[in-house]
Design a protein around this ligand. Structure first.
Ligand SMILES: Nc1ncnc2c1ncn2[C@@H]1O[C@H](COP(=O)(O)OP(=O)(O)O)[C@@H](O)[C@H]1O
Ligand SMILES: O=P(O)(O)OC[C@H](O)CO
Length: 502
């Protein structure tokens, strides 16, 4: 059998690490996936083991190659997409982690964020970086590590320590260079959103020694050649997974948008070559930067908890045996029976950004059964997305024409119909729901000359399913009001001073 030239993508996600191989016509050839452990040592803490994730990369890549009957010599380029904001520090001499991966869902650094906000820096952080000071972003977690790990700050100042998000950690291990791509850097609270470089004022605000930071590179250039796993193969792209999904959905035109429904939900709309600012809780972020071209920006609405609520129903409540089982259970009833679930497990992200919010289930009566609860769980994903879309409509000139979706939850037809209903928008899912990997492969292949330009990639997009809104206006507005009322009850629950301090 002749093996075609392949483009490899690694998707290092919150729940698992995947390797997908694509041929030159962008057809999926093979895929391998490994989950990693989720550690929650204290309430609000969320960690991964960087060594386990690296070991998983070393497993899934050979597995995907073996499945394709291929060897590293058949791979022309590698692209990496990654869970964003999750970060760690490691020893430059030994390559050993000096911390766990503290994930984007972790809220332990709220003490750092409180301090920065109390010192009056909220607005200058937002202005400089396009994103508010929040435990969601990496800088507060790095500062927390500097405050708590003995000798770490001194070692950073001596240049002995490297900090990075997951693509940085993987590129270090694969190719021995300390770099980050600009989309990941835009999620740190440290990069200036206008000049796309580390911002000296932000480094001072967060107290971060610059020597610990990686060099910022564009999205699609050669970072180095792999010395391990795929020996000799150039790494030609890296991007945050949500930006990769936007790229994989080929949202290259201003106004095109996608929403990825996985652990959380992340809706990005392409806003063109100038960063747009939102007064309504959306993030200004970098969509992609191709070498020699103007940067392209996006507005993002990030929702922390969607699929992870389904997981919680499965693992902590035993409501369903499998995640897809939530659809069958929800379809066993006609509606939510008056039950609303606000999954503010890590506070509320966009558009409210309320770190003190916590989850609530409201509207319970003896009529409510497991099916109604399952409906409430799915509707929570839909209404959180609707809140983001409402915020976006306030910034972009044109109404969104449609929304492209992807991610693990999009196999759930009831959820997708509910999303179409509450957004009052056509929802479209492409042939490959693994758009994060598709995007990483597209960017890597573009950079390596496998595909000539963005127009060629756009023509590769194929619709597999679509859902049209079927809810009447009156019902939608009544449900919107009830959802908003449920959210109000979740807000402000925690006394933030209760959070664990170092
Ligand atoms: N059919 C389904 N209905 C609802 N939720 C689902 C379904 N299948 C998977 N999920 C949820 O989707 C998430 C997995 O999606 P995925 O895109 O792989 O996530 P990630 O990339 O964030 O790890 C899990 O949180 C799981 O609970
Ligand atoms: O790995 P995912 O798909 O859960 O995505 C995580 C996001 O990048 C967090 O911002």
């Amino acid at each position: 059998m002749t093996v075609p030239r392949l483009v490899a993508a690694i998707d290092q996600g919150t729940g698992s690490t995947r390797c997908l191989l694509f041929d030159e016509s962008a057809q999926l050839v093979s895929m391998a996936q490994r989950q990693h452990a989720q550690h929650h040592p204290r309430p609000g803490w969320s960690e991964h083991d960087a060594t386990e994730i690296w070991a998983n990369v070393r497993r899934v890549v050979p597995e995907a190659l073996a499945d394709a009957g291929a060897t590293p010599a058949d791979v022309v380029a590698l692209g990496i997409a990654n869970q964003r904001e999750s970060c760690l520090v490691w020893d430059r001499a030994t390559g050993q982690p000096l911390s766990p991966v503290i994930t984007w869902e972790d809220t332990r650094a709220s003490v750092v964020v409180d301090r920065i906000v109390a010192d009056g820096h909220h607005d200058d952080v937002l202005r400089a970086t396009g994103i508010p000071p929040s435990t969601y972003f990496a800088a507060s977690r790095l500062r927390w590590l500097l405050d708590t790990v003995p000798d770490l700050e001194e070692r950073c100042l001596r240049g002995e320590v490297a900090f990075g998000t997951m693509e940085s950690w993987l590129i270090w291990n694969l190719a021995g260079v300390h770099v980050t791509d600009v989309t990941n850097a835009s999620r740190t609270n440290l990069m200036n959103i206008e000049d796309l470089d580390w911002d000296p004022h932000m480094l001072a605000v967060f107290g971060i020694p610059e020597r610990v930071l990686p060099e910022i590179r564009t999205t699609a250039e050669t970072y180095g050649k792999c010395s391990d796993v795929l020996p000799g193969v150039p790494i030609t792209a890296a991007m945050g997974d949500q930006q990769a999904a936007l790229f994989g959905q080929t949202c290259f035109e201003v106004g095109q948008s996608k929403c990825t429904f996985g652990t959380g939900a992340f809706l990005l709309v392409n806003t063109g070559v100038v960063p747009q600012r939102s007064q309504a809780g959306l993030l200004s972020t970098v969509a992609y930067v191709l070498p020699g071209e103007k940067p392209v920006f996006a507005l993002e609405g990030s929702v922390a908890v969607t699929g992870s609520l389904v997981q919680w129903c499965r693992d902590s409540l035993g409501l369903v045996a499998t995640a897809p089982g939530i659809e069958t259970l929800a379809a066993s009833v006609d509606d939510n029976g008056g039950c609303y679930v606000v999954p503010a497990f890590s506070g509320l992200y966009a558009p409210r950004w309320d770190p003190a919010a916590r989850g609530v289930i409201v509207g319970l009566t003896s009529f409510v059964n497991r099916g109604h609860l399952a409906r409430g769980v799915l509707e929570a994903a839909a209404w959180q997305t609707a809140d983001v879309v409402a915020a976006i409509q306030g910034v972009v000139d044109q109404p969104l024409p449609s929304l492209r979706v992807d991610g693990g939850m999009t196999t759930n037809h009831l959820l997708m119909q509910t999303v179409a209903d509450v957004l009052d928008l056509r929802i479209e899912r492409p042939l490959y729901s693994e758009t994060v990997s598709v995007g990483a492969a597209y960017a890597a292949g573009l950079s390596a000359g496998v595909w000539p330009d963005l127009d060629t990639l756009s023509r590769l997009w194929r619709r597999a399913c679509s859902w049209e809104p079927a809810m009447d206006h009156e019902t939608r507005e009544r449900e919107r009001a009830r959802w908003a009322s449920a959210v109000e009850r979740a807000q402000g629950w925690m006394d933030i001073s209760d959070t664990v301090r170092p």
